[in-house]
Structures are given as structure tokens and as C-alpha cells.
Design a protein around this ligand. Sequence first.
Ligand code: SF4
Ligand code: SF4
Length: 93
Amino acid sequence: MSQDWRKVAPGGTVTEPGSAVTVETGTWRSSRPVVDYDHCVHCMICWVFCPDDCFQTENGKLVGVDYFHCKGCGICAVECPKKCISMQEDVLA
Ligand code: SF4
Ligand code: SF4
């Protein structure tokens, strides 16, 4: 809900905090992680380090990346022990 700025209390008041589920942090991204599944060993290190919980798993295996929330920080690519995540330029469709 938007509000007239003149009615906002000094110092600011968050009346409706955003939700990590609904806020599309992926729109900030300039590059995206691309996983080479042929070399992925499903160790889940990327899942542990991702600050936005973007790695999707199924039956203990890495199966995808949630690009709706991935903000392209690149931490996963740095931490992957097999170096099978590459950051690639992201362009708006
Ligand atoms: S860190 Fe690398 S090897 Fe491990 S699950 Fe993620 S992509 Fe696969
Ligand atoms: S680039 Fe950052 S936000 Fe995106 S999947 Fe990797 S660690 Fe998560």
C-alpha cells in the first residue's frame, strides 16, 4: 500500500514489510549462475552459501536455480568445489 510521504512518521515506519517470497530480487541481477550438471556432484555447497535460498533440490540432488529470487551475487560460483557454476551475462528479454 503506498502512502503520502507527508503522513509517514519521522524516522520512517515500516507498516507492511516486504516478503522474501513475493519480492522479485532477481530483477537486480546483471549476471546469472548457470550450472553444468554434467560435472555437478550434488554436494549442495551452493545451496548452503546462497543468501537467497535459490537452489532447488529434489531427492538430495540439485535440480535448478530459482531465477525469480537469484540476485546474481556470484557466491555460489566462487564456493562450488567443482567449479561447475559459471556466471553469465543476463539480459532482459
Ligand atoms: S556446489 Fe557445485 S558441485 Fe556442489 S551441488 Fe552446487 S553446483 Fe553442484
Ligand atoms: S548468484 Fe547469489 S543469489 Fe544467485 S544462486 Fe548464486 S549465491 Fe544465490
